[in-house]
Design a protein around this ligand. Structure first.
Ligand code: HEC
Length: 151
C-alpha cells in the first residue's frame, strides 16, 4: 500500500473499495435469481418450438401413413379414434411410439418402425406422436374410441 500519506486518505480509499465491493456483491445477488428465472423460460420456449416443428413434420407423415384408417384428424375409421381425450390421456408418448413401432399383430395395424420391417425411422414416429399430442388441447370426449367406425 504505497502512496498514502495520511491515515485519512487510506481510510477513504478503503471505504471506496468496500463500497464497490458491496455494489458488486448486490449485483451478483440480484442477478442470480434473475438468471434462474429467465433461463428456464428460454429453455421451455426452445423446447416448445422444437415440439411444434416436430408435430408439423408428423402431420405430413400422419396423412400419408395413418389417415386412411384413423381419419385425417384422428377421428377414426377402419382403425380406432385416436383423437379421443380418453385415448390421449391413457397412452403416454412412449407407449404410443412403441405401439406404432411394433403394430398390433393379427390386426390391420402393422408395424411402422424400420426395426420391425416398417417404413418409418424412430424420429419420424416421434414426430407423428408429437402431432397426435397436439390434438389433446381440444380433443373430443370419445370413451368408446376403440369401437371402430367401420371395417
Ligand atoms: C390399414 C389400417 C391402419 C393404418 C394404415 C394404421 N392403423 Fe393404427 N390401427 C389400426 C387398427 C385396426 C387398430 C386396432 C388394432 C387392435 O387393437 O385390434 C389400430 C391401432 C392403433 C393404435 C393403438 C390404439 C390402442 O389400442 O391403444 C395406435 C396408437 C395406432 N393405431 C396408430 C397408428 C399410426 C400412428 C398410424 C400411422 C403411422 C397407423 N396407426 C396406421 C389400423 C390402421
Amino acid at each position: 500500500m504505497a502512496g498514502f500519506t495520511t491515515d485519512e486518505e487510506l481510510e477513504q480509499s478503503t471505504n471506496t473499495w468496500m463500497l464497490w465491493g458491496a455494489v458488486l456483491m448486490a449485483a451478483f445477488v440480484l442477478a442470480f435469481p434473475l438468471y434462474r428465472w429467465v433461463e428456464p423460460a428460454n429453455r421451455a420456449e426452445a423446447r416448445e418450438s422444437h415440439v411444434a416443428s416436430l408435430a408439423e413434420q408428423g402431420q405430413g407423415l400422419w396423412s400419408l401413413n395413418c389417415s386412411s384408417c384413423h381419419g385425417l384428424n384422428g377421428e377414426g375409421g377402419v382403425g380406432p379414434a385416436l383423437n379421443s381425450q380418453q385415448f390421449l390421456q391413457a397412452s403416454s408418448d412412449d407407449q404410443t411410439s412403441l405401439l406404432i413401432s411394433v403394430g398390433v399383430p393379427g390386426s390391420q395395424m402393422s408395424a411402422y418402425s424400420l426395426d420391425y420391417g416398417g417404413p418409418l425411422t424412430s424420429e419420424q414416429i416421434r414426430s407423428i406422436v408429437a402431432y397426435m399430442r397436439s390434438w389433446e388441447a381440444d380433443a373430443p370426449d370419445v370413451p368408446e374410441w376403440r369401437d371402430m367406425v367401420s371395417g
